[in-house]
Design a protein around this ligand. Structure first.
Ligand SMILES: [Zn+2]
Ligand SMILES: [Zn+2]
Length: 335
């Protein structure tokens, strides 16, 4: 194991544990330093005990680097592998086993922490056949949303990656903002080009109930939108749910073939149980997605699978249990 691979894995494990502590940030930084440092210098410094003289390398990361160079699995990493494993119930496992891909995730092109290729390698290692890359749309400047020109460039990069990664497939997509009037933050011709479109509300989350309902129904009704992302926008313990008429919104999801996302982020777990029950009542489609912003977060599907199992979401209504061809057919005919 190279020092870079060891630190990559440390970062991955810390991310899947949603560890945002100072220590986790320090490991992120150390990993980046190692990436930029000549491996020969690294080995020399490890031998001389001067790794910590490098800006960004502390005692803990120096130990990981040294132990990796010595040829074993670093002690700290071995401990992390065991302590950060994402748990799942036996009932949730049935859903997880059925999933073939992940339809909502980000890369460094917007506000993600990993390159597209790293996300793809991880998705593949998790057993997925495909992933949909859904970086943010232009209006979300805080997340470095992609404008027309950058999205088109990204489509080119994905086409190249797909040639190398086949049979694994990166599907093109975007997490497009639902603007205040219910319109979408991307031109129609581009929306039509993308394989899968996730539409989410990220602004004016406190909008009055009726206006929010109309806003969401309009977006859900768009023929380009396939999945409604994290519908209430809640951040557990931090931000309350947006208010909207769930009957109208989920009836529209059913009517227009837009899947309701079961967002797996631990701080979101959106929709909350009562709303998920309403969506099940309308016989909606669902998509169990991680909304990952780092490779480790791609391991979060168990959170959504447990929730789906608990509320008894019909497994045959979960769109990412489909293979690529069926999913693409679903998006063109239904979603
Ligand atoms: Zn979002
Ligand atoms: Zn997202």
């Amino acid at each position: 194991m190279t020092p870079e691979a060891a630190l990559d894995r440390v970062v991955h494990c810390l991310d899947r544990a949603h560890d945002t502590s100072f220590k986790a940030k320090a490991f992120h930084r150390a990993r980046n330093v190692v990436r930029e440092t000549d491996p020969i210098e690294l080995a020399e410094r490890a031998a001389a005990g001067t790794l910590t003289k490098l800006d960004g390398i502390g005692d803990s990361s120096a130990k990981v680097i040294t132990e990796a160079l010595d040829g074993g699995v670093p002690t700290y990493l071995a401990k992390l592998e065991a302590s950060t494993e994402v748990s799942i119930t036996p009932q949730g496992q049935v859903y997880r086993d059925a999933l073939r891909g992940d339809c909502h995730l980000h890369s460094t092109w917007s506000d993600g922490g990993a390159e597209i290729e790293e996300m793809a390698a991880t998705a593949q290692a998790l057993g997925h056949d495909y992933m949909v890359l859904t970086d943010h749309s232009p209006r979300l400047t805080i997340a470095h949303g992609l404008d027309r020109e950058r999205l088109q460039r990204q489509l080119g990069v994905i086409a190249e990656l797909n040639e190398r990664l086949a049979p694994f497939r990166i599907l093109t997509g975007m997490e497009v903002d639902i603007l205040e009037d219910g319109s979408l933050d991307l031109d129609d011709d581009l929306l039509a080009q993308l394989d899968v479109v996730v539409a989410s509300v990220h602004s004016k989350l406190r909008m009055e109930r009726q206006a929010m309902t109309e806003r969401m129904v309009l977006a859900v009704a768009s023929p380009h939108v396939d999945i409604l992302g994290h519908c209430t926008g809640r951040l557990i313990g931090k931000r309350p749910e947006s208010t909207f008429d769930a009957d109208y919104v989920f009836a529209a999801c059913k009517q227009f073939g837009t899947a309701v996302e079961i967002n797996c982020r631990p701080e979101r777990l959106d929709p909350p149980r009562p709303l998920l029950d309403v969506a099940i009542g309308y016989d909606c489609w669902f998509s169990i997605d991680t909304d990952a912003h780092a490779t480790g977060q791609l391991e979060w599907q168990p959170h959504g699978c447990d929730r789906a199992a608990e509320r008894e979401v019909p497994l045959d209504r979960v769109v990412n249990t489909m293979g690529v061809d069926d999913l693409l057919e679903w998006t063109t005919t239904t979603g």
